[in-house]
Design a protein around this ligand. Structure first.
Ligand code: IVH
Length: 673
């Protein structure tokens, strides 16, 4: 393709992709499928690879994260980022209104949600995002532009044309509750410590040095103010609506996320509404903000030392409950991490009954200085995770004993260890500590790993207690008579179901086998990349630290964890036995095959079964070499790739349209050259 033509197509694709992105992430009203979106994105990526100087830093391809950032330069804010005066009292809100109106007379207010996240300032020049900066100390913040670009609800290029040539949009970067839960579910799978609350996790995520990691976490944003020498209107509310039209995610008046009022009653009605309904929101708010709407009036009122006189935050008190501590249990996880958990007298808190609360680790236990039978205060961290926040000391029985973190594993008695720089204690008895063994097996059979039908947590524990299984390889030595020997209601049918599930698991791809092993820090994504990069288990076993780090997604910590795991003789034996039992220890040939652009511009229709590839595998091989795959034969199809069992109707259609039909060997010659 010629350069001019490429530039034109790049501009067109970028525009289209940003529009679809906006429709998906801001308007929640997509008009194309994920697959179509990916195809457009891939085309853009290919063009940018071919003409690197035409790739803009605001290209939609940057949404997945660019290069590693080394440190975040400090930058001066053009307009300082102020904080807000805040209160928990409605009288003080009324006092605020009285104070304002005494100074400037009756005026209008804009009320909106106070999002519990991290403040961000976004600078735009000529309609393009040029900088994303943290609040810092209010005067200077850190330049985290590369990370900000990965937040899909932040426009890289604005829509419309009535924006100021230069301005800053300010807002809050947050995790939705659902996204935060999903993130923690993934952490659990990976054997990592769970995040305690969405706000701190959002702050930590924005400071990640790898924008790709930020992209994966799925942050979102809400814009709450506009700063410029040439604002479009003199009303704060109207400016926010303009921001919406330019492509920002802004509070929606139809959902009462923002509303105007001309008196205290109107403000109180807004406070009341969200007091009642805030738990139903998809994100966390810790209060509401009242602002004078007219910007001229704002300027007249001015600032105090660090906050404006024209705005005030009303905060909702975190809902708390008092309840009795029944005891503290110490739970041992798959990786041996020991977590203290408060067992509580059940109590209703913000809509759910709370019976237990994680105490996280020994440090937290010490900070709280819990004693047996204490009356404790419970809150939901970020409205999600129940947490013990304090003790009613006056209510403590004089003889009450302090709760201590054990020195030995509560399950197997082995002395606990604490790794340097980590808050967790571990039981090192990997192969002898019952909950570690059964949780590892449970992980192995779970849906995202080997997905073995009929085998759940309770069955695994039962089999382990009865001495049928000690490790994951033992699963494949189960037989019907051995399962039935357990008696206790075991029927042939359920035994057969398990055995059939185990048999079927031998077809599960290598990447999921690798994930199923439960190597610390190796979650689904990492397992996928490692499986692809190493190709086979044998090669993986022989790889050095440097070779591992060279793989996509793998850093020093992950590499070390893989090496440590594979160095343990017991683990090597298990892997060898799994291999003997026929589990897949090699990637699809497609994943190891060549990558390039030999198929650039060619469209394939795939049909039938192949020797060297799975169906998805062969499609992937086409795409990895720059070709396209489509579902049905048309005059635009370049080749029909036929495996065994291709239907006669398809063959006929190919003939009718004069589309050449090739077989797997010919295809291999095309990509291998
Ligand atoms: S206005 C000068 N509006 O709360 C006014 N702030 O203590 C600047 N926040 O750091 C802030 N939601 O990060 C404003 N709707 C909202 C907000 C909001 C959350 C945060 C903001 C700021 C802090 C103020």
């Amino acid at each position: 393709m010629e350069r001019n033509e490429a530039a034109r197509r790049i501009a067109e694709l970028s525009r289209e992709l940003e529009t679809h992105n906006h429709r998906y992430y801001v308007l929640a009203a997509p008009v194309i499928s994920d697959r179509e979106f990916d195809e457009l994105l891939k085309e853009l990526e290919r063009l940018e690879r071919a003409f690197p100087d035409l790739a803009s830093p605001n290209s939609p391809t940057q949404r997945v994260g660019g290069d590693i950032t080394k440190g975040f330069p400090s930058v001066q804010h053009r307009y300082p980022m102020l904080s807000l005066g805040n209160t928990y009292s409605r009288e003080e809100v009324a006092d605020f209104v009285a104070r304002v109106e005494k100074a400037v007379g009756p005026t209008r207010y804009s009320m909106e949600l106070k999002y519990d996240g991290v403040a961000i300032s976004l600078a735009y020049e000529g309609g393009e995002l040029v900088r994303g900066v943290t609040r810092g100390d209010g005067e200077k913040g850190e330049d985290i532009t590369a990370n900000v670009r990965t937040i899909r609800s932040i426009p890289l290029r604005l829509q419309g044309d009535d924006w100021p040539a230069s301005f800053e949009a300010r807002g809050e970067v947050i995790f939705t509750k659902a996204r935060f839960d999903a993130l923690n579910a993934m952490r659990e799978q990976e054997g990592e410590e769970l995040y305690a609350n969405p706000r701190n996790t959002a702050a930590g995520t924005l400071k990640q040095q790898d924008p790709k990691e930020v992209a994966k976490r799925g942050l979102t944003s809400f814009i709450y103010s506009l700063q410029s020498e040439s604002l479009p209107t003199r009303s704060h509310f109207d400016n926010i609506m303009r921001c919406h039209a330019w492509g920002f995610n802004t509070p929606d008046p139809k959902r009462r996320f923002i509303e105007r009022a001309t008196d205290v009653e109107g403000i109180m009605a807004f406070i009341d509404h969200w007091e009642k309904h805030r738990h139903e929101l998809e994100m966390i708010i810790d209060g509401i903000v009242v602002k004078v709407d007219n910007i001229d009036v704002q300027e007249e009122l001015g600032l105090t030392a660090k906050s404006p006189r024209w705005a005030m935050a009303y905060k909702y008190a975190a809902e708390q409950a008092l309840t009795r501590l029944l005891g503290v249990s110490f739970q041992v996880g798959r990786t041996g991490a020991v977590t203290p958990v408060a067992e509580l007298d059940p109590v209703l808190l913000a809509g759910t009954t709370v019976k237990r609360a994680s105490l996280f680790n020994a440090d937290q236990l010490e900070r709280l200085d819990l004693h047996e039978g204490d009356l404790v205060r419970v809150e939901k961290a970020g409205e999600i995770i129940p947490q013990v926040v304090g003790v009613e000391l006056a209510q403590r029985a004089p003889q009450a004993m302090r709760v201590r973190f054990p020195h030995a594993c509560p399950e197997c008695g082995t002395a606990l260890i604490r790794l340097e720089g980590e808050a967790q204690h571990y039981c090192p008895n990997e192969h002898g500590c019952p909950p570690q063994i059964t949780r590892r097996i449970e992980h192995f059979v779970s849906r995202r790993a080997l997905d073995i039908d009929g085998l759940g947590g309770e069955t695994v524990e039962e089999f382990h207690r009865a001495g049928l299984i000690q490790d994951v390889a033992d699963l494949y030595e189960l037989t019907e008579p051995r399962i039935l020997s357990l008696g206790k209601g075991w029927k042939e049918k359920s035994a057969q179901k398990i055995l059939a599930g185990l048999e079927a698991s031998k077809q599960v791809p290598f990447e999921r086998v690798l994930f199923a092993l439960g190597i610390r820090h190796v979650g689904e994504t990492v397992a996928k990349k490692v499986a692809k990069g190493a190709g086979t288990m044998d090669r993986l076993m022989g790889m050095s630290q440097e070779e591992l780090v060279a793989l996509e997604e793998v850093g020093q910590v992950i590499a070390e964890s893989i090496r440590d795991f594979l160095a343990v003789e017991g683990n090597r034996r298990i892997i060898e036995r799994l291999k003997q039992h026929g589990l897949r220890m090699e990637s699809d040939r497609a994943a190891q095959g060549p990558v390039g652009d030999r198929l650039q511009g060619l469209a394939f229709v795939v049909s039938g079964v192949f020797r060297n590839f799975s169906r998805d595998g062969i499609k992937e091989a086409i795409e990895r070499n720059g070709g396209k795959v489509s579902g049905s034969i048309s005059s635009k199809t370049s080749y029909v790739l036929a495996g065994a069992d291709m239907g006669p109707a398809k063959r006929q259609k190919a003939e009718d349209l004069k589309v050449p039909v090739i077989d797997e060997d010919e295809f291999m010659r095309m990509i291998e050259g």
